[in-house]
Design a protein around this ligand. Sequence first.
Ligand SMILES: [Zn+2]
Length: 258
Amino acid sequence: MSERYMEVVTTPVFLEKRLSGNEPPRCVDGRPSDDSEQGPQMLGGSINVILLECIYNGRSLNEQNAVDDIENLHEMEFNTGAHRGQHAHGEASDCGFADRMRDILRVAVEKRDLITKHLLSIYDQNKESFPPLPFNELMEKAYEKIEAYSPDEIKIKGEELVALVEKTDSKVETVRDDHTEEAAFVNLVEGTTLDTSGLNQEGTQVFNLDIFEVAKHAKASGVPEDFSIPASLILYAATEIVLVEDKGKPALPVEIHF
Ligand SMILES: [Zn+2]
């Protein structure tokens, strides 16, 4: 086996970093950033939580509701954050999740069977590390709300939404370069995140979702974890399809970090 082949099949190692709990959330984006506190990784940073709250309660994602969600998080003593990228222009923030939210929701519904099968196979492969879960029931319930939520309820997205989050006392960081993510991690270790900057120094990029950190912020927003966890995994899978596979790149391996 040549060394080159070895490189292709090796999944990057998860570089775990402990969180202080005060860092503002950042995106699952794996690109380098020069101004990041390396906070917990969520879809679009705190935008993940805003969208979950709106879907869960059937509310429009408009300016007022987004500001309410951010201010509520501050009252609950959570910092908030989002990001832009070097390719931001006009209405595009270059945060794929913020820019493509409507498409991501649409794909989550259109590809329900595929996403459910994919998540079930990941769960099955790692079953011994999880407590017994009513997997199908959790997915069913999460999808009930996701399918009832029209993408047209997203009234504000992209740069407009990132700028609004920024204006509402949040940290907005900037990532640079192009996407070259090699894998999509789901981190199950509470109070930790991925040291993306360490990985970037090794020339590697990966996506990472700190699922229990999302659950913590969502809970402070009134969204229980039996919704926030499956719904975020569904949206993460849909994001990967929209931002990677639909752009003609091969599907990324999903890795669970315990
Ligand atoms: Zn992003």
